[in-house]
Write a protein that binds this ligand. Sequence first.
Ligand SMILES: Nc1ncnc2c1ncn2[C@@H]1O[C@H](COP(=O)(O)OP(=O)(O)O)[C@@H](O)[C@H]1O
Ligand SMILES: [Mg+2]
Length: 367
Amino acid sequence: MADLKIRNLQKGFDGTAIIKGVDLDIRDREFVVFVGPSGCGKSTLLRLIAGLEEVSSGHIELDGQDITDMAPARRDLAMVFQTYALYPHMTVRKNLSFALDLAHVGKQEIEAKVANAARILQLDALLERKPKQLSGGQRQRVAIGRAIVRNPKIFLFDEPLSNLDAALRVQTRLELARLHKDLQATMIYVTHDQVEAMTLADKVVVLNGGRVEQVGSPLELYHHPANLFVAGFLGTPKMGFLRGTLNRVEADSCDVQLECGTRLTLPLSAAGLSVGSSVTLGVRPEHLNVVSAGSGRMQVTADVSERLGSDTFCHVSCASGEMLTVRVRGDFAPRYGDTLTLDFDTAHCHLFDADGQAVAKPLQQAA
Ligand SMILES: Nc1ncnc2c1ncn2[C@@H]1O[C@H](COP(=O)(O)OP(=O)(O)O)[C@@H](O)[C@H]1O
Ligand SMILES: [Mg+2]
């Protein structure tokens, strides 16, 4: 079992608050990803869980036991770092067995555990090599193997893929997802990369400035971001934002007059907001279409386009000067400066109030 409860956790360094009251529940066998911009406190939060930093206040509970002040070695957690932290003078085999040797585990048991980890991570042929004779990807697998042999209650990963090149990152990401299924283990994974968060997590925890912005499954966060920060952080390319004013509010729909001139009716319940209040419309590139002139809702000017082959991402500027990104077919490429007409998939538009909080979607659309 590995149920982790974090309550009102705070951490400051030299009087500066870094973790500002985090509450979080992590359930047995979950793959939880902490994601957020660099410096938001992800590593600090992970290190507090591991016991590598002392908390300033608050509680951490593992399977009902308070571990807030427990020594790291007694917590039964294993951490994998971005920098691998292997012992350079030891073989792979020795790197894998070292923690077990220290704990005086029996020789046969150590051999069995090392063999098992080597098999899972396909390190069998590399056991007698030293770390400098390994590629970056292989070193990272050894670092993960060192965690596996310890059979920890929770695996803690701090940006484990950041030092790998792009292709290897994708491959290792898949291997980690498979590892999670095979081991049926609880994993907490820190990254600044929202694609890693979306693809790996059962549960994503979006952090910003030492606070939790939102917790949910990847698709809950994609479809129902709670605020502008989460909306802008998750999704590639990013959601576009347009300023506007509410000019009709009904129970199940509302009208928004955008600064760029377009007026949209949205199937959203903006009850609680009054006519005249400032709002921000959010629309993802995949929920905008380029249509023939006259049939759309908004004219924009094409800025640069990024052609990926499968898709083209057209960056466009609106009459207000605000920028949007539109995802279109790969064979479509507007010229810089072209006038385009856009249509909005209004069922998938988001609306945020003046404080940046999401205006609720009607229930039948909850994905
Ligand atoms: N040991 C430390 N002493 C002082 N400040 C620290 C220490 N560790 C982290 N910080 C500060 O805490 C903030 C969050 O750091 P960190 O948790 O590493 O962020 P992230 O992993 O999200 O990039 C940063 O501003 C960092 O400078
Ligand atoms: Mg970090």
